[in-house]
Design a protein around this ligand. Structure first.
Ligand code: ATP
Ligand code: MG
Length: 426
């Protein structure tokens, strides 16, 4: 048992996002929300815990996530519950449960923590945040193109477009994949002595994932494997060609990658990833595609769905590498008050300023202190200006305004004018 006085630490792989980091997160989140709003996507908020069965049925029993990464536990009623490892399953569950999928079209997004029991390393955690986007009810490839264009716009707004490349593939339908799967298994069985341990296991459970192997020794074998593209129906090929045509006419560059199979079972037709070389092994920032079959698999009627998930931590790691990212100030004005009367007047004045000056971030020094010590705090807060109230200012009905980041002089203004002055400055 832990000693009584020893402090309790966070769970391995689960991180606090500290106050000094949150402005950058909020900056990114605000841009994301603005971009989503400009495409008329609506937010959906979902529980972080779902019945274990939901993930088994949707993600697939033999995927890495379900086999070894889920946080599953029995609750007090002995129901098996799981902390969500991803958001698509819960989003679909909610839409089915509330009848949102009947003859309707939806463009949805959510943001929040996901949980996977993986080996923690840079860009890989046990609790991490994702932005998820899902669309329902649209069969044509124009919506596949739209979600890709949306992400492209997002990277541009965040200033990281040149760090990312788009990889694209098509997986066809489940039936087409099954036919291909047989050919692939035949091929790998002919070269069974070349398969590593992981691949031998996957040969029985999920042979397409062998194509995704990072093992160098297997690359030649993988390179010569049959191509899924040769087993696709006309419908699947047309879908892919139409998507490519839209991306071409929109000027979006992409690399076709026939080895891109994704870790989850539920994809069909389009799959894509946005990848960077700047984050080491954890290079995929955003991944998604079409998953038409999943709605039926979860008990709904035949329908259409596309979506993607983006890892917020990996995005933030990329943003940190930029030198010129302008995160908004968290304090505009810091109010210094010295003396009992100044403290009273200052607190009331601060309220009036917040009433009148839209959006101002005004921090009032609380807990007394000399001018000198309050100035130090004002400087540390990052504020652009200090408002200074001492007994002198109070007796004259004035307040001093001091720019903290330029050489401009401090000036006295009347308390009745301060709102107008700040309106012009902020
Ligand atoms: P990877 O191949 O890196 O394990 P994945 O295929 O398991 O990724 P998805 O399930 O498609 O990932 O999740 C979408 C995105 O969520 C990833 O591209 C990544 O940015 C992020 N992500 C996934 N797992 C983690 C994790 N454990 N920690 C941080 N981010 C993650
Ligand atoms: Mg993974």
């Amino acid at each position: 048992m832990a000693k009584k006085n020893q402090s309790v630490q966070a769970v391995r792989g689960m991180h606090d996002i500290l106050p000094e980091q949150t402005p950058r997160w909020q900056y990114a989140e605000n841009i994301i929300k603005d971009v989503l709003a400009s495409y008329c996507y609506k937010e959906i908020r979902l529980p972080v815990v779902e019945k274990t069965e939901l993930f088994k049925r949707s993600i697939g029993e033999v995927t890495d996530i379900v086999e070894k990464e889920m946080y599953t536990f029995d609750d007090r009623n002995n129901d098996s519950l799981t902390l969500r490892p991803e958001g698509t399953a819960g989003c679909l569950r909610a839409c089915l449960e509330h009848g949102l999928l009947h003859n309707q079209v939806h463009r949805l997004w959510y943001m929040g923590p996901m949980f996977r029991h993986e080996r923690p390393q840079k860009g890989r955690y046990r609790q991490f945040y994702q932005l998820g986007v899902e669309t329902f009810g649209m069969a044509d490839p124009d919506i596949d193109a739209e979600i890709i264009l949306l992400t492209d716009r997002l990277w541009k707004k965040l200033g990281i477009r040149n760090k990312l490349r788009l990889e694209l593939n098509t997986l066809g339908t489940t039936e087409e994949r099954l036919a291909y799967r047989e050919k692939l298994v035949d091929y790998f069985k002919q070269h069974i002595e070349l398969l590593d341990e992981d691949s031998l296991r996957r040969l029985e459970t999920n042979p397409l994932r062998i194509l995704d192997s990072k093992n160098r020794d297997m690359q030649a074998l993988i390179k010569n494997a049959p191509e899924l593209m040769d087993y696709l129906s006309e419908d699947s090929l047309n879908h892919f060609e139409a998507l490519i045509a839209t991306l071409d006419s929109s000027g979006i560059e992409y690399q076709l990658n026939s080895r891109l199979v994704r870790g989850l079972d539920y994809y069909s037709k389009t799959v894509f990833e946005w990848v960077t070389d700047d984050l080491g092994a954890q290079g995929t920032i955003c991944a998604g595609g079409r998953y038409d079959g999943l709605i039926e698999q979860l008990g709904g009627k035949e329908n259409y769905a596309t979506g993607f998930a983006m890892g917020m931590e990996r995005l933030l790691l990329l943003l940190e590498q930029l030198d010129d990212v302008t995160v908004p100030r968290s304090v505009d004005v810091y109010m210094i008050r010295v003396g009992a009367e100044a403290e009273k007047v200052g607190m009331c004045l601060a309220e009036q300023i917040r009433n009148e000056v839209t959006g101002i971030k005004l921090q009032v020094n609380c807990g007394a202190g000399s001018f000198k010590s309050q100035f130090k705090k004002a400087d540390k807060s990052g504020a652009e200006f200090a408002l200074i109230l001492g007994d002198d200012e109070v007796s004259r009905g004035e307040i001093s305004l001091k720019p903290l980041r330029t050489d401009q002089q401090q000036k006295n203004i009347s308390q009745s004018e301060v709102i107008q002055v700040l309106k012009e400055l902020i």
